[in-house]
Design a binder for this molecule. Sequence first.
Ligand SMILES: [Ca+2]
Ligand SMILES: [Ca+2]
Length: 254
Amino acid sequence: MHTRSRGFTLIELLVVIAIIAILAAILFPVFARAREKARQTQCLSNLKQIGLGWMMYASDYDERVMPVEIPSSTSIAYYWWTAYDTSTSTRIPEGGLLYPYMKNQQINACPSFMNAMRSDVGHTGYAYNYVYLSPMDYSTWPNWKVLPTSLAAIQSPSETVTFADGARISFTDMKTLEANTYLDPPSWAYPGFHGRHNGVGNVAFADGHAKAETPTYREGTFGYGYDAALYKSNNLGDIDSDGNLATDEMFDLQ
Ligand SMILES: [Ca+2]
Ligand SMILES: [Ca+2]
């Protein structure tokens, strides 16, 4: 009597392996997107807290918004995200202007951007609308001034960006993506809004809400001969609502 082998034949085994490989190829990107979605949610929570800290700062300083940095006559430089001792090249995170309202440097870290630490910045992922909220006056150099606006001057708080997912192409090698804490508006030199969460980036607004936005990408060359394709391939774009990159309606005080 012929008895059938109870094991798999080689063909059957190959078919099973092929099916597993196909399922893995289909599911792994889905898992990766789901993980990225979770990081996006954590990032949104960070930005919301940063935005609320920014509002608390203003209420402690006569309704004047937080300056992007404070001119100093000593070796200590004060920025919104950290202080920095230029004589020893060391960061002093607790000296950051927003730190008293955060008490936690980790909030400055976007979970999707942890590998982009810069020694002078630390873990960060967020950039500040400094051009309109905290303009700088260099006309009296070296005694330059920072002129943070008043909360009351912001006419549409729910449509005015305070902070957003930020990054820049390294000025040194012109290809590496690195942290950037200054968010330029569309009419300025280069786009710094980073769509790092499945193609969207998070944005905080002056009324305290935060939400995801899709970057608007530039074309051709711009600024000092920058290649728009390089920026787009790194998800670096602008925050814009009217399709005109010459106007800064999401950043200005109107
Ligand atoms: Ca515009
Ligand atoms: Ca506006």
